[in-house]
Write a protein that binds this ligand. Structure first.
Ligand SMILES: *Cc1c(COP(=O)(O)O)cnc(C)c1O
Length: 470
């Protein structure tokens, strides 16, 4: 055995203990971590002939990187939609690494990890009050979840037209309708050979809305003259967390022939609370749903899952089957995840979710969701009452979309945001909404509390006043 490997094996306890203490220190001070840094780190591209061994590598990492790691898992990082990590999710994730399993199939590997993955999917279905007519699986993020769902949708379109696209390639135009698809759904269309320009955009349902105008949707459907299509709908748009009217879409689905996909990367969590679950009423009638876990479930990157109705299982198998590999068995003989999703070998990324769901239960997640919504509403009330800011849309769930009240100048808004982010106390990200430069603050971190809101509001006021006096 290589000498450095041998030393590390002998020093395992010391190594893990050091990392445990370092992890504890990070987690205990995460509230004070800067939410942004401007690292000036030079690349050190040389691979050592003789490695440093674990302990010295940890030292080197700490010297070079540790102090510029931002508190993106902390309570005041409100950019994009970025969750934190619950304590139980951390231990689940550590164990996923330690056990290093590859969840595929029960019989071929004699391995329990597939059972853990399936059980976690079942827990998630319960959390979201979804029926077990969905088959789920874990992927790296909502992008890959959208990709997986839309890949099966593509195969469904083929089947409607008497074609097998998975086998023979795409030979027909695939009709896609959507109002405000997430960029990752568009990216998926590009990866799937459907084409990113190939989306018929439906009008939104009025000013400040990002939801589908149902009348316009029906007009577009009628214009398709019976051609099957894919509807990409939203449970939570990134700017304003808007939801399509699922009740109305479910009614359309009874009249017309289409694949209904819901991107609920974070908005799906509205289902976890009786205060917000009306937003997803009737969503269980969809054919496929995307949900992220590394956002509001507060498990570490990278983790999401997809759900596709079991009635489409054959189409899913046609799309993803890993055939021509006799050593992996017959796809139809034995359930194996590698025949139902993009990856073959995979990490046991269900484990952190299993730990967190088991540790905190339904009530734990309801509390997380209710708290995030409350934080968003407090910020939003401050913005409404402040002379410096105004909302660009009503706050419907956990995302606050706002801008400066006394200017329409995009440069000024961006200057404010840069100065705010440079305080290192809070981090938000820009957007453009209704043609105006806006700022988004998204609440999904389980740790955020009133003391954070005080800091956020104080910094926003300070920066607005100082920019004004310049
Ligand atoms: C974040 C997000 C995605 C993409 O998710 P990743 O986890 O970054 O791949 C897709 N859709 C929506 C609505 C999102 O918020």
């Amino acid at each position: 055995m290589n000498e450095q490997l041998k030393n590390d094996l002998g020093n395992l306890e010391d190594l893990l203990e050091k990392v445990k203490l370092q992890g504890l220190d990070y987690l205990n001070t995460i509230k004070d971590r800067k939410t942004s840094t401007t690292p000036s780190i030079s690349f050190q591209s040389q691979l050592q002939e003789i490695g440093l061994g674990g302990i010295d590598t940890l030292k080197l990492f700490n010297e070079r990187f540790e102090n510029v790691i931002v508190g993106s898992a902390g309570p005041r990082y409100l950019g994009y939609v970025v969750g934190g990590v619950t304590p139980a999710a951390i231990i689940g994730d550590w164990l996923a690494t330690v056990y290093d399993q590859n969840p595929q199939t029960a019989t071929a590997q004699g391995d329990v990890s597939i059972v853990i993955e399936k059980e976690t999917i079942k827990l998630l279905l319960e959390l979201f009050n979804l029926p077990n007519s969905f088959q789920g699986g874990f992927v790296t993020g909502a992008t890959m979840s959208n990709f997986t769902c839309l890949a099966v949708a593509r195969q469904w379109i083929g089947a409607q037209l008497g074609k097998d696209f998975a086998k023979d390639g795409i030979s027909e135009k695939i009709e896609i309708l959507s109002a405000v698809p997430h960029s990752s759904a568009i990216k998926s269309l590009s990866m799937l050979g459907i084409g990113r320009n190939n989306v018929e955009i439906i009008e939104v349902d009025g000013e400040n809305r990002e939801a589908i105008n149902i009348q316009h949707l029906e007009q577009k459907i009628i214009a398709l003259n019976g051609k099957p299509f894919i509807l990409i709908s939203s449970a939570g748009t990134v700017n304003t967390a808007d939801f399509d009217d699922f009740k109305a879409i479910a009614q359309l689905k009874e009249k017309y022939n289409f694949w209904w996909h819901i991107d609920g990367a974070f908005g799906a969590f509205a289902a976890c609370s009786p205060h917000t679950n009306h937003l997803v009423e009737d969503w269980e009638k969809a054919d496929s749903i995307t949900i992220d876990c590394h956002k509001w479930l507060n498990v570490p990157y990278d983790c999401a899952f997809f759900m596709v109705k079991k009635e489409h299982q054959l189409l899913q198998l046609e799309t993803f089957k890993n055939s021509n590999a006799p050593y992996l068995g017959e796809p139809s003989d034995d359930f194996n995840f590698l025949n139902f999703l993009p990856e073959n070998s995979r990490r046991l990324r269900a484990l952190p979710a299993w730990f967190s769901l088991t540790a905190y239960g339904r009530k734990g997640y309801q509390d997380i969701v209710d708290n995030s919504v409350k934080m968003a509403n407090i910020l939003s009330e401050f913005i409404t009452s402040s002379q410096h800011f105004k909302l660009l849309a009503p706050t419907r769930l956990n995302n606050v979309c706002f801008t400066l009240s006394n200017t329409n100048d995009a440069g000024e808004v961006m200057r404010f945001l840069t100065t705010l982010n440079n305080t290192g106390k809070v981090f938000m990200t820009p957007t453009v909404f209704n043609g105006l430069q806006g700022i988004r603050a998204s609440f999904v971190n389980w740790r955020t509390d009133l003391s954070d809101l005080e800091i956020i509001i104080r910094e926003m006021e300070k920066v607005a006043l100082s920019e004004k006096s310049e």
